[in-house]
Ligand binder design. Structure first.
Ligand SMILES: Nc1ncnc2c1ncn2[C@@H]1O[C@H](COP(=O)(O)OP(=O)(O)OP(=O)(O)O)[C@@H](O)[C@H]1O
Ligand SMILES: [Mg+2]
Length: 210
């Protein structure tokens, strides 16, 4: 919003000084408009995610076939991943018990994690997504990437709303805080371990029956 405000001031200045006859000024004018449009897109993205974040929707619990749900989300990002030579490897435990959970919420979590992993790898690497029965009333989902890793000083902050290392305009920093909120609401836990330049593992544990 601040950037949009500044650009509007600048446009007003260009307009009022009446110098728009000059090529250089017209270019600046066009640049400002482009900047405003891109910031409006960003505001839209942020508000959208904020609304999701703030929504006090209660989870609607039902029996979920986790392997199937995860497979569908992996298929969604797979095409683009392939273009960047990123392999998505599925290591699903057969006969995984059904969990009682909220499918749309879980889909969003898996998608956020896969998007983060893809972004962290950029190109040439692998994302391994696995499921297993922990035999303690919980199932475990792990998303392992071979990406850039997370520096120690960032690890404490990655679940905070608005924490992002993406360049301005590229990320909202809400992805992981949404994941965290959702997993808490469905009675699970989410944790992370990471090694710089090696990769990152996010582990979700979900109760079979909350
Ligand atoms: N798999 C990962 N590998 C390396 N860094 C990660 C990974 N996942 C998250 N991060 C770090 O955590 C930060 C916060 O992630 P989060 O998903 O909350 O926001 P974002 O990805 O930056 O923005 P958005 O989700 O809106 O696109 C990222 O900017 C990045 O620095
Ligand atoms: Mg993200």
């Amino acid at each position: 919003m601040a950037i949009i405000g500044q650009e509007v001031e600048w446009l007003r200045h260009l307009f009022e000084t009446g110098t728009l006859q000059e090529e250089k000024d017209r270019e600046e004018f066009a640049d400002s408009l482009k900047q405003i449009a891109s910031q409006v897109d960003r505001c839209r993205d942020i508000t959208h995610k904020l609304l999701n974040f703030a929504r006090k929707m209660d989870p609607v619990m039902q029996a979920v076939e986790l392997n199937k749900l995860i497979d569908e989300m992996a298929a969604l990002v797979e095409k683009e991943a392939k273009l960047n030579n990123i392999n998505i490897i599925r290591e699903f435990q057969k006969d995984l018990p059904l969990v009682t959970s909220d499918p749309p919420f879980l889909r969003q979590v898996i998608l956020n994690l896969l998007n983060n992993a893809t972004y962290a790898i950029e190109a040439n690497g692998a994302i391994t997504i696995s499921t297993k029965d922990n035999k303690d009333g919980r199932v475990e989902i792990a998303v392992v990437d071979t990406g850039r890793g997370i520096p120690k000083e960032h690890l404490k902050k990655i679940f905070d709303p608005f924490f992002t290392t993406k360049p301005p305009g590229k990320g909202t920093g809400l992805g992981l805080s949404i994941c965290h909120g959702i997993i808490q609401r469905v009675g699970g836990t989410i944790s992370v371990i990471s090694q710089l330049d090696r990769g990152t593992t996010f582990t979700i544990r979900l109760p079979i029956a909350p």
